[in-house]
Design a protein around this ligand. Sequence first.
Ligand SMILES: NC(=O)c1ccc[n+]([C@@H]2O[C@H](COP(=O)([O-])OP(=O)(O)OC[C@H]3O[C@@H](n4cnc5c(N)ncnc54)[C@H](OP(=O)(O)O)[C@@H]3O)[C@@H](O)[C@H]2O)c1
Length: 332
Amino acid sequence: MSTNREIHLASRPQGWPTADNFRLVETEVPTPGPGQLVVRNRFMSVDPYMRGRMNDVKSYVPPFALDAPLDGGAVGEVVAGDAEGFAPGDVVLHGLGWREYALVDAKGARKVDPDLAPVSAYLSVLGMTGLTAYAGLLDVAAMKPGETVFVSGAAGAVGSMVGQIAKLRGAARVVGSAGSPAKVERLRALGFDAAFDYHDGPVRDQLRAAAPDGVDVYFDNVGGEHLEAAIGAMNLHGRAAICGMIAQYNATEPPAAPRNLALLIGKRLTLRGFLVGDHGHLREQFVKEMAGWLRDGRISYDETVVDGIERAPEAFLGMLRGENLGKMLVRL
Ligand SMILES: NC(=O)c1ccc[n+]([C@@H]2O[C@H](COP(=O)([O-])OP(=O)(O)OC[C@H]3O[C@@H](n4cnc5c(N)ncnc54)[C@H](OP(=O)(O)O)[C@@H]3O)[C@@H](O)[C@H]2O)c1
């Protein structure tokens, strides 16, 4: 091993990113210092929030630097380093994806069990996206058995978990929206009671038909027209977990919707934004419950895998365009 390849941010996108915003760069494989590990990454996560970090604006995470590697969740094998508690061959989860070899501070690495699940699962169903769904639905929106749940971006990594967890935890009706007929079909196979393609007509009309008795919990991955429709459909004391607003991540103008926020008053609605990082206290409970559902075959998860670090920008752009079913990953 001598050469490492990594993806740098070459320029900041204006609106939709393109392949020109990224650059494949060759470097030397790093040498570990005290307390450090060199990890040969096997899978890396491709996440919507990265789009926000490509803008040079103040946010809850600092922007990516130009001409420096991007980063994000990754899982790989320790190949060098003698940090206490780790040995070559260990499989670890850490935050330095977008490169083939990562120099990781051992404090930022967590060992995972490759015998419990395929290693990619630690970036999807058993990882950050699974926990986001679990925490947002059960903690932030406090879903109760017997309620009706609507989730947008429902065929994606987070959304597909939200719908299934809702059913497993006793939701009376689960409705999902997604961007293609194939995705809608997949949602039905996953046990959603109703699903629609948001390209087929106004979200408001399709949601009303899919949830005629209204919505108690809305899990928002999309924002804009979806959020406006959900507010319109929500029942008294409804709660929305505001997880993401992907419809506006590439927008150059402020969103036109929601225009109906005044409904929050009469309906006594709660709209609550959240970040999964604030819900680490649920991780143990989540992993235990999710591992049980997986073992019993009660939950399914999809992964869309793109091969090769050189194709990571393509995977990212594809995810923004909706080319993924479930979690978008790059195999390195
Ligand atoms: N708050 C947190 O801590 C947290 C953590 C993780 C993720 N998130 C957020 O959760 C959401 C889902 O993330 P994910 O990782 O699970 O991604 P994902 O849903 O697997 O992938 C993104 C999906 O968004 C959909 N999409 C893209 N543009 C859209 C548009 N204009 N309108 C409607 N749908 C659109 C596409 O599916 P279609 O084919 O259906 O359009 C695409 O597949 C994102 O908003 C993300 O930022 C938040």
